[in-house]
Ligand binder design. Structure first.
Ligand SMILES: [Zn+2]
Length: 57
């Protein structure tokens, strides 16, 4: 089992069970749900910025 961090809200996501994924510049990102995926797809640069702090918890 592998855990990835949802870049939008900061939640841990089990990559084997994740339904919502997105590929951006060759890297696959995993999301807790559709809302986070849509937000990421809308503006990936915002969520990949090192200064971005996940707000979802
Ligand atoms: Zn999320």
């Amino acid at each position: 089992m592998a855990i990835a961090i949802d870049p939008v809200c900061g939640m841990q996501v089990d990559t084997e069970k994740a339904t919502f994924t997105s590929e951006h510049e060759g890297t696959v990102y995993y999301f807790c749900g559709k809302g986070c995926k849509l937000e990421f797809d809308d503006d990936p640069a915002t969520y990949l910025d090192p200064g971005y702090e996940p707000q979802g918890m």
